[in-house]
Design a protein around this ligand. Sequence first.
Ligand code: CTP
Ligand code: MG
Length: 221
Amino acid sequence: MIPAAGFGARFHDGGPKALVPLAGRPMLLHALERLAASGRVGGAVIAVPEGYEDAFHVALKRAPFSYALVEGGMTRRESVARAFAAANFETDDELVLVHDAARPLVDSIEVAAVVDAAEKTGAAIAGFSVVETIKRVSGGTVGETVPRRDLFAATTPQVFRVGLFRKALAKAEGAEATDDAELVERAGGAVTVVLTSRWNIKITYPEDLAWAEAFLGRSPA
Ligand code: CTP
Ligand code: MG
C-alpha cells in the first residue's frame, strides 16, 4: 500500500508531491522500482488525490508491477485505510507492506529485511537511531533534554500480517496516528524495529529533494 495522496504543503504550493520529478522521473516511480527490486513486493494499491487518477496513470506507465489506484482521504491514516479496504488479500496470514511515496530512496535489501522480520514476528518497521540531541521545548525555551539512547526515528516500509493490521485499524476507530505501527502498538501488538541507512529520507521540504538528487548522483538509480 502506497499512501501518495498528499499535496506536500511543506514542499510546494502545487499538485501531488508523489509526482514531483526526482532525477527526471516521478518520486513515486523511484519508490515502486526499489520495492520491486527487493523481490518481495508483487503489486500495489496506491492512494492518490481525487481527480488526479489520469496524471498518476501517465506517471506510472513504466510501473514495475501491476497496481490499482484508490482515492485517498483527508489524512495519511485515512488514505492507508482506503488502500487496505481496496486490496484483495487471500488470507489473514499474508503480509501487507506500507511505504510512503515520499521515500523514493528506500534501499531494496533493507525492504527485504523488514519483510523478513515481519514474517517472523507479524509486525516490523524500518527506521534509524536518532543522532541529534532531542529537547522538549515550549515557548522557545528548553523544558528538558530527552535521553536519546532509546530513541528511534520510524520510517517506512512498515510490514504487518494482514489479520493483525485489520484488527488494529478496526480498534483505532478513526483515531489519528502518524504511522501505521502506532495502530498496531495501541492494539497491543509487538513491533520489531529494523535499523536502516539514514538515506531513506522523506521528501518533506524542498532541500530534501536536493539531498535525494545528490544521493542519486553517486548511486545507481
Ligand atoms: N499522504 C496520503 N494522504 C494524505 C496525506 C498524506 O496518502 N491525506 C501520503 C503522502 O502522499 C506521502 C505520505 O503520506 O507519501 C507521507 O506524508 P507527508 O510526507 O506528510 O506528505 P504530505 O502530507 O503530502 O506533505 P505535507 O504534510 O507537507 O502537506
Ligand atoms: Mg503530511
